[in-house]
Design a protein around this ligand. Structure first.
Ligand SMILES: Nc1nc2c(ncn2[C@@H]2O[C@H](COP(=O)(O)OP(=O)(O)OP(=O)(O)O)[C@@H](O)[C@H]2O)c(=O)[nH]1
Ligand SMILES: [Mg+2]
Length: 405
């Protein structure tokens, strides 16, 4: 009887306490500090890149379009243990030769990657000039770093070197006719290249079976997908970008230009550009139409300090990141650390360009690669080197206007 009484009392006590528990639980939930929402950086163009942004300290990065698992099936590895059974194609850029700047390198990497798919070779990026590329960029959905250690253990006779840089562009012409299966017998092909070989690779008769998707993919879409498949920015780039955005952009329209001058007092070791330097005054005049700090932020990436000075004096919407410009392949007396910071700055600026609402380009692979990374047709303006003025074009027309190799 006593026990029954105690049980009833416990039961009644539970009945009273349960609502109290529920209420206090809800109270705690409500009072808990709100989790910061994610800040998104994404490549999808939806009425301006920034409309989908949510502010915070945490950053969620969404890459552009990438190749599918099926596209990568023949060359993708899951673990280091698989390295020993594979053959490789290595994009190589080290102190042993000139590689070209970032734009040149990206062209070489896209070509090398497509060749790796064409020849069923696992792809590796080995870029150490001026320092390891891994200090700036991370692997994307394809891990080009997995077997890097393994191939360093292989004897010299396993390695074939192929140099398609600069003067060797005539060798590049033969690419479409090489019978890779019988001629590329070495376990490792070390490949140096700074040109785009997409059209030649598309014409190769292995393409139908091994690179079928390339037959129906435009060059600009191919570059976009390959670069986003291989690389993603590291945390530093993302954080610096969010800082820049929070300080200067805030939902305004981000209008950007890349102005490549070539040999100039900032990078005196560079060569004069083939088609001459652009007329900076005309480009700044064009940008004047966006010179309203309430609506627009203007970002200008360039290889010349004097262009930055001119922009500062002429445009009130202009913003600067104040970082030294370095030609990553033609260093002056910068230390390795300074050159590496220069590499970072270039890649960071290219990343900014790839996210702009409007893009005004001069003839340069560096700038064009940012447009391909951006991966949308609209709001592209080019300084046409023949007409010597800025006009509106689309992504597909870049190649026709600039004729980059
Ligand atoms: N930080 C920074 N560096 C730049 C910029 N433009 C050019 N550079 C430097 O100059 C180099 C230019 O070489 P590339 O990247 O090959 O570009 P490009 O010479 O215009 O292209 P190609 O015609 O293919 O040779 C870059 O790699 C950078 O080191 C820029 O806007 N910002
Ligand atoms: Mg170059």
């Amino acid at each position: 009887m006593e026990i029954r009484k105690i049980c009833v009392q416990i039961f009644l006590a539970e009945l009273t306490i349960t609502p109290v528990l529920v209420i206090s639980y809800l109270y705690v939930i409500k009072m808990r500090p709100q989790l910061s929402p994610m800040q998104e950086i994404q490549f999808k163009y939806q009425n301006g890149f920034w409309k989908k942004r949510i502010l915070t300290n945490a950053i969620q990065y969404k890459s552009g379009r990438v190749l599918s698992d099926e596209n990568l099936e023949n060359i993708k590895l899951l673990s280091v243990n698989q390295c020993k059974n594979r053959r490789f194609l290595v994009y190589k850029c080290d102190g042993a030769s000139l590689c070209g700047g970032t734009g040149d390198r990206q062209k070489g990497i896209v070509s090398a990657f497509l060749l790796s798919l064409l020849t069923n070779r696992t792809f590796i990026v080995d870029m150490t000039k001026p320092c390891n590329i891994e200090t700036v960029l991370q692997v994307g959905v394809y891990n080009w770093s997995l077997c890097k250690g393994y191939i360093k253990t292989l004897p010299k006779q396993d390695i074939m070197k192929l140099n398609l840089l600069f003067g060797n562009r005539s060798v590049a012409k033969q690419i479409e006719n090489i019978d890779f299966d019988s001629q590329w017998t070495a376990k490792v092909v070390l490949f140096r290249c700074n040109s785009l070989l997409i059209d030649k690779i598309r014409r190769h008769n292995y393409t139908e079976t091994r690179l079928n998707w390339l037959q129906n993919t435009t060059n600009e879409e191919t570059i976009h997908k390959v670069l986003h498949t291989l690389f993603q920015p590291n945390q530093r780039i993302l954080e610096d970008f969010v800082k820049l955005y929070n300080k200067h952009v805030h939902g305004k329209n981000l209008v950007c230009s890349h102005i490549r001058i070539g040999k100039n007092p900032t990078i005196p070791k560079d060569e004069k550009l083939l088609r001459g330097s652009p007329n900076v005054t005309r480009i700044l005049e064009f940008l004047k139409r966006y010179d309203d700090p309430k609506k627009y932020t203007i970002y200008i990436a360039t290889d010349s300090d004097s262009v930055k000075q001119d922009a500062k004096s002429n445009l009130t919407s202009y913003v600067n990141i104040n970082r030294p410009i370095v030609h990553v392949d033609r260093r002056m007396n910068e230390s390795v650390a300074e050159a590496c910071e220069g590499l970072y700055t270039g890649i960071f600026e290219q990343f900014i360009l790839s996210l702009c609402d409007t893009l005004v380009l001069t003839r340069s692979s560096f700038g064009c690669m940012s447009a391909y990374m951006r991966g949308v047709q609209d709001n592209i303006f080019l300084y046409n080197p023949n007409l010597r003025k800025v006009g509106q074009y689309n992504l597909t027309e870049i190649q026709r206007v600039f004729k980059l190799v």
